[in-house]
Design a protein around this ligand. Sequence first.
Ligand SMILES: Nc1ncnc2c1ncn2[C@@H]1O[C@H](COP(=O)(O)OP(=O)(O)O)[C@@H](O)[C@H]1O
Ligand SMILES: [Mg+2]
Length: 293
Amino acid sequence: MSPDHLLQTNPRSTPPLAGAFHPVRVVAVTGGKGGVGKTNLSVNLAVSLAEMGKRTLLMDADLGLANVDVLLGLSPKFTLADLVAGRCGLEDVLVEGPDGLLIVPASSGFRHMAELQPAEHVGLVNVFSELQRALDVMVVDTAAGITDSVLTFCQAAQDTVVVVCDEPASITDAYALIKVLSRERGVDRVHVVANMVRDPNEGRRLYEKLARVCERFLGDVALHYLGAVPQDDWLRRAVQRQQAVVKAYPGSPSARAIGEIARMTARWQPPSGARGNVEFFVERMIGARGVAA
Ligand SMILES: Nc1ncnc2c1ncn2[C@@H]1O[C@H](COP(=O)(O)OP(=O)(O)O)[C@@H](O)[C@H]1O
Ligand SMILES: [Mg+2]
């Protein structure tokens, strides 16, 4: 397969405005363990941010078990895999969700980031740079596990949100992930969201449990508590309906909690410096891989 197509600009896409600069805040949602609610948080956070008027891109970076599109009831014609294989351009991959939210769907079977060739890296940077003028926030939904690809997405993002729930494996997996992120990837700040909590205090208790171990064994990483999302049947119902709970049942406990998390996220300062765009994110992603290899 030739990666040459990635080096050409898609003629159907609008060229970036000359000199335009719009820093984009990249937030990676991760957690170590599967089934803790990463995808639901990513989708609902992105939908809430878009609803608040933030120009938001949601990237499905669960390259093995992509399901952002399923949760939003979308049927993408193309995915990242097609982009890399040269079957389409970036504009063809983008799907529009509620309130103008842009989605980059993935697909099962997409080759691992680590397998991409250097020329394909350059190509990805080129295609993503076309987006730099139109975004405020990019939310990246990562896969479970502590794979090179997950670590790379987190390292390249400005903020990492670790989702935990009240299961021993969730806390130990989150700790293992934070340890590798801090020791091997230089990540020194992590936000924590407790999901599926059964009472208002459970979230903070979980956070404190994780923070205590991190403080004891990983002195140089700062944990911040971002909030808790209750265990909520409305969320499950929204999943069945293939809609974001914040849209389908905006008054439900989980929707309100995620709305609050989105408002806090929206107040984070935009990244400073002239290199806070999506192109930079992809460059960082590739640079991170180079260092880790
Ligand atoms: N706050 C919640 N309340 C009830 N069920 C939830 C909640 N969060 C997640 N779930 C359930 O857990 C399942 C897995 O969530 P998902 O976001 O796909 O996890 P992950 O991406 O971490 O694997 C969802 O399909 C949903 O049914
Ligand atoms: Mg997921």
